[in-house]
Design a protein. Structure first.
Length: 363
């Protein structure tokens, strides 16, 4: 059976990603000073206004305005921004439920982890290439002093599958903010040569592959001046491109006591190890937690009928090798350190450019 599946990614100059990066820069700044920081500080942006808001319980001294302005400048925006903050202390009721002898779940909720052997990163091919194209847009913009590209951009990849195996790329869509001087024809040539041709394997493209670049035409107004942005609105981009289910909460802004983040990382860790050890071709793990509880309420493993060993053996492997308590997740994955800013764009999983603990394969 043949079918098509599409995933998208966005660059760090997209307004939603700007907010994710601001939120995670604040988190990293807090963890750098106080590893026990409890943070849920988010951002919203529109035009030259940044609103920073949320809850924090930390001994860190944070200049929220300075952090936000540094982030947007690093991304590539030269405009001057106004910053408004509304930060309160984390609820004592929540803090008392979380901070016990061992760290417990900071909220209830469901989380999913996924892995597939269709790429060497154990990620679905559509989201893998969508992220790689988005990263390349940014790399070219930064490295080429004469680049016509600006910070905002989006990518999209449609892969054709046969019998659940990727066989070719059907469509590639790239949209990038650009300078006013360049023509549509010049931009298409530039992106084709410097972005698409550098990333996509030639054997995945054929004469029927469609390549669509800036289909809206002119795209000179971008970032928060073209659209508003908010932390946590790119959950599908951050995870598996829609190939797997997503949990109820986003990642960015949240310290590791928030299982929306830490348990999702651990679920990926377990799923990847199951596939990497050849128990199955695809695996999805669902976890659920209750606030103030140390262990998950439920664990569900789905191999999509691709298992190569009995399900009983897979469950035994998981039980003997993984500990899903919140306290252990944080310790085993070493999550109380400033690692989150670089995750805020181009996905939280399958990253070759980052040495992530939840991407490691156990012996």
């Amino acid at each position: 059976m043949k079918y098509f599946f599409t995933s998208e990614s966005v660059t760090e100059g997209h307004p939603d990603k700007m907010c994710d990066k601001i939120a995670d820069k604040i988190l990293d700044s807090a963890l750098k000073q106080d590893k026990n920081s409890k943070m849920a500080v988010e951002a919203t942006i529109k035009d030259d206004l940044i609103l920073i808001y949320g809850e924090a319980k930390t001994n860190a001294k944070l200049n929220y305005e300075k952090i936000a302005k540094e982030v947007v400048k690093e991304i590539g925006y030269e405009e001057q921004f106004q910053v408004i903050t509304k930060i309160s202390t984390q609820s004592s009721e929540i803090n008392n439920a979380v901070q016990k002898d061992k760290i417990c779940a900071g909220d209830q909720g469901i989380m999913f982890g996924y892995a597939t052997n269709e790429t060497d990163t154990f990620m679905p091919m559509p989201i893998y290439y969508a992220h790689e194209l988005a990263k390349q847009l940014t790399k070219v913009r930064r490295e080429d002093k004469n680049s016509p590209l600006k910070p905002d951009g989006k990518t999209q990849v449609t892969v054709e599958y046969e019998d659940n195996k990727p066989i070719r790329i059907d469509t590639i869509i790239v949209s990038s903010q650009h300078t006013k001087e360049i023509t549509q024809e010049e931009l298409e040539k530039y992106i084709k040569e410097n972005v698409i041709d550098k990333i996509i394997k030639k054997e995945l493209i054929d004469k029927n592959t469609k390549i669509l670049i800036n289909t809206s035409g002119s795209f000179t107004i971008g970032g928060p001046f073209g659209d508003s942005g908010t932390t946590g609105r790119k959950i599908v981009v951050d995870t598996y491109g829609g190939f797997s289910k997503v949990g109820g909460g986003c990642f960015s802004s949240k310290d590791p006591s928030k299982v929306d983040r830490s348990a999702a990382y651990y679920a990926r860790f377990v799923a990847k190890n199951i596939v990497a050890h050849n128990f199955c071709d695809r695996c999805e793990i669902q976890l659920s937690y209750a606030i103030g509880k140390e262990y998950p309420i439920s664990i569900h493993i789905d191999t999509f009928a691709t298992e190569k060993k009995p399900l009983k053996e897979i469950h035994k492997y998981v039980e003997e090798n993984f500990n899903f308590s919140v306290d252990n997740i944080i310790k085993e994955l070493d999550l109380q350190k400033p690692i989150y800013y670089n995750l805020a764009a181009y996905g939280h999983f399958g990253r070759k450019d980052l040495n992530l603990t939840w991407e490691q394969i156990k012996d």
